[in-house]
Ligand binder design. Structure first.
Ligand SMILES: *Cc1c(COP(=O)(O)O)cnc(C)c1O
Length: 464
């Protein structure tokens, strides 16, 4: 007798209902702030508590035992919906996007070629069309990738193909350069290394003391690059720098690039979503001058990780990025296949996550989400400035705020907060000095949370 390996539909329904029940409780208690925001049980102890070795060895999980497992699993994780979750730039996902993940997990409409999922591919194409419209690329093209790092790599590959079209077949010429501020996300230098330019090909742009590109000193950087015998492949600016959340002057940089025939890449992983907010769109003024931009939906568009867009102003630039052929996948006219534009072969139904959030909340609702989080961060800055001992080096433009309290070890304060599970925040170095960093992602973070954080920091710090 052979086991029936098809789904037991009743079993699935029971387990699915248990999942919804447990997740509902988890998100509910998280957003009401009834639990610690973070737990850090060491892996060995946690593996024991979850019974991992036994499950792996023996199997036999049922809807009932799964429910118990899931409860512990969720309780031991980090709660992004919690008001005190002000750490990383990861979304507290909205539930329509969560539904999309569930649907994908079951139906597996993998996206490589249209025939593997007409609905999934069509949704991705429409979501991309919508994003291209927002950015102002009417003749543009795009593709969704698993995350911003891969998106940056893809966009810079398109830049490489534009400057050195034969690099794909002949290898990379040794004289290419990538111009970027030292504050650029590490995936930019990583991309330079992966693309075969080498990290040394990254020419650091002059910046102000907050890491923003100094537009007036761009000619000097270009001159230095050319004098060193290098050809600029692209110039990178940030629409929302990772450390500070501050925006580069995209119009200033864009006009300089246009005037000198440079490929202009905007890293909008974090901050491109401000395009949806009437009050914040101006931060991206000039973005339409870019040759390429990336935009993470799993940061401010409230999808789970990962869903990022690579968008280029001229559609053909993206098609030129990859020039490989594989006879079982690539043939004839493949008008609707996006496989020729990505590092990935199969990929998840990324478009559905973005689409369902849009369909549920509307573009306006998502824009209000962005505006709300940006406003809460600004409010934190206002409150912090009024308190003795707090120093904020800049007025926030987005939902990221940096500050210091006193002159003691800032990282130690953060460690104490994580250990007690009171707040999850991060830290960064600005101008060589460590700062604490708040990123407002959860809609549950309110004035009460901010006041509590501003009380807790001094309580865990050496006296002023
Ligand atoms: C988050 C971020 C990235 C990387 O995105 P992932 O989706 O985490 O790979 C790149 N650039 C900037 C500016 C970011 O904030």
């Amino acid at each position: 007798m052979t086991a029936n390996h098809s789904w037991d539909i009743d079993d699935f329904v029971r387990a699915g209902e248990a999942t919804v029940r447990r997740l509902a409780r988890y998100v509910g208690e998280s957003q009401r702030g009834e639990t610690p925001v973070i737990r850090r049980t060491p892996p060995r102890e946690l593996a024991e508590r979850l019974g991992l070795a036994r499950w792996i060895r023996d199997g036999g999980m049922t809807a009932e035992s799964y429910e118990t497992f899931l409860d512990t699993y969720l309780a031991e994780g980090t709660r992004l919906h919690h008001p005190a979750s002000v750490g990383h730039q990861t979304a507290a996902p909205d539930f329509p996007a969560a539904l999309a993940d569930f649907v994908h997990g079951a139906s597996n409409g993998t996206m490589a070629v249209y025939e593997m999922g007409a609905s999934a591919a069509t949704v991705e194409l429409e979501v991309l069309r919508w994003m291209l419209g927002k950015v102002g690329f009417p003749e543009g093209g795009g593709v969704l990738t698993h995350g911003g790092s891969l998106a940056n790599l893809t966009a810079l590959l398109a830049a490489r193909a534009s400057v050195a079209p034969d690099a794909w077949t002949d290898g990379v010429p040794g004289d290419l350069a990538l111009l970027a501020p030292p504050s650029a996300h590490y995936s930019i230098t990583r991309a330079a290394a992966i693309l075969g330019l080498g990290e040394r090909a990254v020419v650091p742009l002059d910046v102000d003391d907050l890491g923003r590109i100094d537009v007036a000193r761009l000619p000097g950087a270009l001159e230095r690059t050319r004098r060193a015998g290098r050809r600029p492949m692209a110039l990178v600016a940030a629409a929302g720098a990772t450390a500070t959340g501050l925006y580069d002057d995209l119009r200033g940089v864009g006009e300089f690039c246009a005037g000198h025939g440079l490929w202009f890449h905007v890293d909008g992983a974090h901050g491109a979503s401000a395009l949806l907010s009437d009050g914040h769109r101006h931060l991206l003024d000039g973005v339409e001058l870019a040759d390429s931009i990336i935009w993470d939906a799993h940061k401010m568009l409230r999808t789970s990780s990962l869903a990022a867009a690579v968008l280029v102003r001229r559609e053909a630039d993206l098609d030129a990025a990859f020039r490989q052929r594989a006879s079982y996948l690539f043939y004839g006219d493949q008008e609707f296949d996006l496989i020729g534009r990505t590092v990935e072969c199969a990929k998840a139904e990324l478009g559905l996550k973005i689409f369902l959030n849009l369909a549920w909340r509307g573009e306006r609702g998502l824009g209000e989400h962005v505006a709300g989080r940006y406003a809460t961060a600004h409010r934190f800055w206002e409150l912090a400035r009024e308190r003795p001992g707090f120093h904020c080096p800049y007025e926030p433009e987005s939902n990221i705020v940096c500050f210091r309290y006193g002159t003691g070890d800032q990282a130690a304060v953060r460690e104490r907060m994580l250990a007690e599970g009171s707040f999850h925040l991060t830290s960064v170095e600005l101008g060589g000095v460590r700062h604490l960093r708040v990123t407002v992602m959860s809609p549950a973070t309110d004035d009460k949370t901010l006041e509590a954080l501003l009380d807790r920091v001094p309580a865990l710090s050496p006296p002023l």
